[in-house]
Design a protein around this ligand. Sequence first.
Ligand SMILES: Cc1cc2nc3c(=O)[nH]c(=O)nc-3n(C[C@H](O)[C@H](O)[C@H](O)COP(=O)(O)OP(=O)(O)OC[C@H]3O[C@@H](n4cnc5c(N)ncnc54)[C@H](O)[C@@H]3O)c2cc1C
Length: 359
Amino acid sequence: MNRIELLSLEEPRYLARVFWQHPLACLGLARHLPFNVGRLARRHLRDPELLRFIDMECYCWSVVPAAKTPLINAGMVFSDRHYGGVNYPKGGVGTIAQALATGLANHGGQVQYQSRVTRILTEQGRAVGVKLATGETYWAKRIVSNATRWDTFGALLKEEPLPKAEQRWQQRYQRSPSFLSLHLGVDSAVIPAETNCHHILLKDWSELEASYGTVFVSIPTLLDSSLAPPGHHIVHAFTPSWLNDWDNLGPTQYQAQKQAKANQVIARLGCLFPGLGQSIHHCSIGTPRSHRRFLGRRDGTYGPMPARPLPGLLTMPFNRTPLPGLYCVGDSTFPGQGLNAVAFSGFACAHRIAADLGG
Ligand SMILES: Cc1cc2nc3c(=O)[nH]c(=O)nc-3n(C[C@H](O)[C@H](O)[C@H](O)COP(=O)(O)OP(=O)(O)OC[C@H]3O[C@@H](n4cnc5c(N)ncnc54)[C@H](O)[C@@H]3O)c2cc1C
């Protein structure tokens, strides 16, 4: 895959060129497109513990076990650990977004922050602009939505009938849970110096997909000490949680539940880092309601997950949509969730739009 220039798979001239340049690599990729990891793993492995481990390897980024995780997507994620190694952006992941925004500004673009789009405007069955919560309107030849497909078609286009292709997509994919997320500031003495950055906690394999079953832990200050004051570490711990557990709670109940659930996670972290509970100086707790509010995601969802085992990535939609002039990017388009995947979808969409505009 590394040898192939990756652009929009919706652009036939690019597909023909790449196939001509790398026919064997393309055939190899196409052969794996309709499969999931579980099928391949079960063909070669029998050890139940190893198969569960592969389930976890998939679940920790796709939020579904191997049987529902597309092979191509997994290939990208797993091989990314080896080509060039795992890298951490100094200053935290926010620096990636800042670098993109700076690049955009350097090329004459403008980012308008704090601007919530409430509607995609249409004229004669074509997307032609957006309306903001302030009432301002913007008009363009092409509109790109980075909201999820549920929010794009269910909220921003709610006055339009739901296209048939979107109806099919909504039957095949469902919203995955959101997360309960803790950012802790702790005394550095509680984290031994040789500790690894990432950990996963799970008591019982049968709870892999359960709410609050798997706890993901990362300690970014082990890689970049500048993120916390001297003598301190940041511990980020998050675990799957559904919005239903948090909706319809009054302010007092909501605060009490946040603290109670956070205490449970902190108690579990104690098995990795004894004494952690007594060395916390700062604790921010995010819930599915926080994800919904700050990311504008329906139910605070992490992203789409297959409602049933599907043929790999074949049913994932690309960037074009049934509404002319409207494109979607992000984790509800090919090839799915994760920073690499959504970066690819943005890249592919830019290529498709340039081709549509005659570039
Ligand atoms: C706790 C957690 C840990 C994760 N860890 C990793 C990891 O280690 N590695 C990895 O690769 N991936 C990780 N992911 C997944 C990754 O963050 C997502 O797959 C990715 O951010 C999705 O990108 P996106 O552009 O589709 O959506 P988002 O990142 O949600 O971006 C959409 C943007 O659109 C904005 N928006 C939405 N609606 C509107 C509107 N109406 N008007 C204006 N703006 C709007 C939102 O505010 C948001 O900024 C993690 C996710 C979570 C929740």
